[in-house]
Design a protein around this ligand. Structure first.
Ligand code: EPU
Length: 417
């Protein structure tokens, strides 16, 4: 087991390079299986979830050549629609293999997806969509078995806005006969990224990034060369770290329009943010002001950013409220933040945070990926030493976090226990 040991209280200064988007990459790799020839995907984040997905693709018969930030996937030898449970259950996004393998083989057997424990995470909207395309689904012994004689285009209205269901239904309908209309779709930048990748392989997808996506089935897809978009949540995490420590950081390699909700909230809290082409400068000299946050589907404030912001709110003047509208149990990390002196009360879907001005170092757990990132930021801003335990959660989704932070002058070490 590894942990981070952080000596806090040092403002961050310098430039940090943002990696490719995790939540794009975990969908684009399965999407590459739909072609008849190899794809090369670059700006790949070097994170644990990608390693796991690469192994899974190999176990399905795909040929994978992986560099640090690039992967070549040759799907021509694919011979299985049944990824191993021990790998699939490690990550939530293994559910994208359902859509991809269903298109490839008309059949898939996938263990129920794992991932962060942030509340009930049903996949009923994915299943409703697959069934509308003509598939039959059974759930037995912890596996989802899904089978279709033929996939046919359909009109599907999602009851909830879901990133996973929107992307999975694009994967399942891209070669279906006729036209599929998806309504009430998620509009996240990674939904658009996956559609762009599929279109680069020869798909006919229109409207990604709006509520309605139209997919006209094609017979054939060919591999392509594709560059993944920057990770907006990783960027937001470093922006908040700069603000929390009272530093001055250039966050580089980003698409500023993907970060508008995060930038607006930082500015509201008294942080100075300057936007350039692909760089955002974040600095703070004065005190942090209180703010309320409501998480919403994109372009609203992302649920994956409320955790870093909770640290800022704990350091701000006054009482703030975070309302978590996406997941019903995404506040477990606040118990850890309390160990560092935060004053927090959770009532249903709201967290009421009374600013305390300063935090103090303590041993704390990364309860999940984004909760873990929040503990690191809290440790950087706190007085004294913080140990963040269970950092395997952080490694699933952040590339070399301690190395990037050291580059900004942070006193953080990865230590084997
Ligand atoms: N939902 C349903 N039924 C479904 C699907 C979703 O009720 O069939 C509900 C969920 O329970 C949740 C809401 O709809 O309340 C939104 O879920 P969504 O499907 O959008 O989330 P997801 O696909 O499970 C992805 C990211 C999450 C991120 C959310 C929201 C991946 C692999 N995961 O999850 O990322 O929080 O979208 O933006 O793309 C993370 O990166 O830390 C992370 C958890």
């Amino acid at each position: 087991m590894e942990k981070f040991v952080i000596r806090g209280g040092k403002p961050l200064y310098g430039t940090v390079q943002i990696s490719g988007a995790k939540n794009s990459a975990v969908a684009i790799l399965p999407a590459a299986l739909l072609a008849d020839s190899p794809s090369v995907i670059d700006n790949l984040p070097d994170i644990k979830d990608i390693e796991t997905l690469g192994e899974m693709i190999e176990r399905l018969g795909g040929k994978v050549e992986k560099g640090k930030h690039e992967i070549k996937i040759d799907p021509s030898g694919l011979n299985s629609f049944h990824p191993p449970r021990e790998l699939a259950s490690r990550m939530r996004a293994s559910y994208y293999l359902i859509g991809a393998l269903l298109t490839k083989f008309n059949e898939a057997i996938i263990p129920m997806p794992g991932g962060c424990n942030i509340g009930v995470r049903p996949i009923d909207q994915h299943i409703k969509g697959f069934e509308a395309l003509g598939a039959e689904t059974t759930i037995e012994h912890g596996f989802i078995r899904i089978k279709a004689k033929k996939l046919r285009g359909a009109h599907i209205y999602f009851d909830v806005v879901s990133v996973g269901a929107t992307i999975n239904l694009m994967l399942a309908s891209v070669k279906a006969e006729g036209t599929t209309i998806l309504e009430n779709c998620a509009k996240e930048p990674h939904v658009v990224d996956v559609a762009n990748f599929l279109n680069a392989m020869g798909a006919n997808i229109k409207g990604a990034g709006t509520d309605t996506i139209k997919i006209t089935g094609v017979d054939k897809l060919e591999g392509c060369h594709y560059t993944i978009i920057p990770d907006q949540i990783e960027a937001g995490t470093y922006m908040v770290a700069a603000a929390a420590t009272g530093g001055d950081v250039y966050v580089k390699g980003v698409i500023p329009t993907h970060l508008e909700a995060i930038i607006a909230k930082l500015v509201e809290m008294g942080v100075t943010v300057e936007e350039y082409d692909d760089v955002i400068r974040v600095r703070r000299e004065g005190p942090l002001k209180r703010a309320d946050i409501k998480t919403l589907p994109y372009p609203g404030f992302p649920t994956d950013m409320q955790q870093p912001f909770a640290v800022l709110l704990a350091l701000a003047d006054g009482i703030s409220v975070i309302t978590e509208n996406i997941y019903e149990n995404r506040f477990r990390y606040l118990e850890e933040l309390k160990k560092m002196g935060a004053k927090v009360r959770v009532e249903g879907r709201s967290a009421i945070i009374e600013g305390v001005g300063k935090l103090t170092g303590a041993p704390v757990y990364a309860t999940d990926l984004r909760g873990g990132a929040a503990m690191v930021i809290a440790g950087l801003a706190a007085e004294g030493i913080t140990e963040v335990l269970d950092i395997y959660h952080i490694d699933r989704g952040y590339e070399a976090m301690e190395v990037k932070l050291q580059g900004l002058g942070a006193d953080i070490k990865r230590v084997k226990e």
